[in-house]
Structure formats: structure tokens, C-alpha cells
Design a protein around this ligand. Structure first.
Ligand SMILES: C[S@@+](CC[C@H](N)C(=O)[O-])C[C@H]1O[C@@H](n2cnc3c(N)ncnc32)[C@H](O)[C@@H]1O
Length: 113
């Protein structure tokens, strides 16, 4: 299946899906080091940009949207977490893209802590 990957990081989730014979057609992360690592690990198709600034028209149609948004602001493992951490609203970007692109499936990574 054709997959759009957001919050792609170093590409760990993407790698598993590639190994399962799926194709990552577009990826995104805001962090330049993560994007450079992704390029080495996975490929040059990653767009390094704040996902909230990405228009739906920039994202290709796909069968699956995948992503694991940042959890530092609400993870029990972070003793310094604060409710108004601006990353805590990024799940809305995941929803915006699913609602807009209407993939057949989505995979949202959940951290148990
Ligand atoms: C939990 S990590 C994802 C790890 C990735 N799934 C993997 O397997 O390597 C969350 C990622 O979201 C990215 N991120 C945080 N804020 C972002 C934003 N506004 N736009 C795009 N990416 C963002 C971070 O740079 C980080 O790489």
C-alpha cells in the first residue's frame, strides 16, 4: 500500500512497513537532524517542515497515514511534563490529515507511559 508518514523521526516505523513490502510515498518531520537521519535510513522523500504549516494539497493521496506524535507533554515518564506543552495539540494535525486525505487505514503509535 502507499503510505504517508508524519512525525517520521528517524524512520523506525517507516522501516517496519517497508520491510512488510509497503511504500512510503511522503514523509514529514520538523526536526532537521531527524530529517537528515531519515534520509540516510529511508530516503529523500521527507519534507522538513512544521506539519501545522503543511497544506493538505501538498500531501499525496494514499492508502494509509501513519505517525506517532510527540508524547513528552503528557507521558508519565516525563516528570517535568506540563499540560500547556505546545506539542500536546499536535494530535489534531494527525486528525486533520486523516480527515482531509481519507485513507483506508491509519496507524497511530501510542506510547504506553
Ligand atoms: C515520537 S517521535 C516519532 C518517531 C518515529 N515514529 C520513528 O519511528 O522514528 C515524534 C516526532 O515528531 C516530530 N515533531 C514534533 N513537532 C512536530 C511538528 N510540529 N511538525 C512535524 N513534526 C514534528 C519530532 O521531531 C519527532 O521526530
Amino acid at each position: 500500500m502507499k503510505i504517508v508518514s508524519i512525525f517520521s523521526g528517524a524512520g523506525g516505523l517507516d522501516l517496519g512497513l517497508i520491510q512488510a513490502n509497503h511504500q512510503i510515498i511522503w514523509a514529514n518531520d520538523i526536526d532537521s537532524d531527524s530529517c537528515e537521519t531519515y534520509k540516510l535510513n529511508i530516503g529523500n522523500h521527507i519534507i522538513c517542515k512544521d506539519i501545522s504549516k503543511v497544506e493538505l494539497a501538498e500531501i499525496p493521496d494514499c492508502d494509509v497515514v501513519i505517525g506517532g506524535f510527540p508524547c513528552q507533554g503528557f507521558s508519565m515518564a516525563n516528570m517535568l511534563r506540563v499540560v500547556d506543552d505546545e506539542r500536546n495539540t499536535l494530535y489534531k494535525q494527525f486528525y486533520r490529515i486523516i480527515k482531509g486525505k481519507k485513507p483506508s487505514y491509519f496507524i497511530r503509535v501510542v506510547v504506553p507511559l
